[in-house]
Design a protein around this ligand. Structure first.
Ligand code: PEP
Ligand code: MN
Length: 303
């Protein structure tokens, strides 16, 4: 029998793994930083760390719609002992047409986030879409989110990396893990190790098309954690696009070993300016946090 060339695939990381699309050559020459063995913890201050036993939760509406909404959201986070609020003031959309409701709040939205951050002592995650907004976003954000659509916007990745701020890099819904690690490498090569990967659902084959827009690639969580030593978080809201499934996918992500979660919430989901089918209302969110604490405890982690 012909001897298998063991050097071809990363399968021989343990010798027992199935074939993957990342070769040993990739690991050595193309992805040396993202696949390095050094364990990375991303510390965003005030005791919030990604990549340790505790699993930080990031929650908030899709967009920073207005001040009152953000106050209501902040209150429910504090009540549930959640320390990180999300909300985008700059928002790429799948289609270019924006209704009045869909308008980005931009600088005004960032000022609202600044106020909320100070009043409620929360950490802030917000999306950076263009280099021109970097200064304003950096003044308020504790973590910069690179959205799926910008995963391979290499110039943006470089400039964001140079700020040295923690970065959430979302996997594009059509990107392989190899592509994602390649994008990460563009950040790491600029000496910014404050990197957090985010699985947010991938485009799905016709067999699943009736069920949702994307499907959470739950397997990507252990796979990424095996290949890389950076924290991996999960976004069940964007993956399913459908609030009733968010609790199951959240609990499944915790069980799969995620190091954090992004959950979309809204005071009145039906009125959400963007993607009104996906946010949880406050009651559903509080219930989910209780369940999540139980599941995390079962695997010797905490929330
Ligand atoms: C978001 O977090 O609001 C978002 C747009 O996510 P994604 O880039 O994953 O679609
Ligand atoms: Mn969104």
């Amino acid at each position: 029998m012909k001897k298998k060339n063991k050097n071809l695939f990363i399968a021989n990381l343990t010798n027992k793994q199935p074939t993957k699309d990342i070769t040993l050559d990739d690991k050595k020459n193309k992805l040396p930083l993202s696949t390095s063995k050094i364990k990375r913890i991303v510390d965003i201050g005030n005791g919030v760390k990604f990549g340790e036993k505790n699993i930080p939760i990031i929650a908030g509406p899709n967009g920073v719609e207005n001040y009152n909404l953000m106050v209501e959201v902040a209150k429910i986070l504090v009540k549930n002992k959640i320390k990180i609020i999300r909300g985008h003031a700059y928002k790429p959309l799948t289609f270019p047409y924006r209704s009045k409701q869909y308008n980005e709040t931009q600088n005004v939205g960032m000022d609202i986030m600044d106020d909320i951050k100070k009043s409620f002592r929360l950490k802030v995650v917000t999306e950076i879409t263009e280099i021109q907004y970097l200064d304003r976003v950096c003044r308020t954000a504790d973590i910069l989110q690179i959205g799926s659509r910008n995963m391979q916007n290499l110039e943006l990745l470089r400039e964001v990396a140079l700020t040295k701020k923690p970065i959430i890099l979302k996997r594009h819904f059509g990107a392989s893990l190899r592509d994602l690690l390649g994008a990460a490498e563009h950040i790491l090569v600029e000496n910014n190790n404050n990197l957090i990967f985010c699985e947010r659902g991938v485009s799905i084959p016709h067999t699943h098309r009736d069920t949702s827009r994307f499907a959470l690639d739950i397997q990507a969580i252990p796979a990424l954690k095996e290949i890389s030593n950076y924290p991996v978080i999960s976004d069940p809201s964007h993956a399913s696009f459908w609030a009733p499934w968010v609790p199951s996918l959240t609990l499944a992500s915790i069980a799969a070993g995620c190091d954090g979660l992004i959950i979309e919430i809204h005071k009145n989901p039906k009125k959400s300016a963007v993607d009104p089918l996906q946010p949880l209302n406050f009651k559903q969110f509080s219930k989910l946090i209780k369940q999540s604490r139980k599941v995390s405890k079962a695997i010797n982690r905490s929330i």
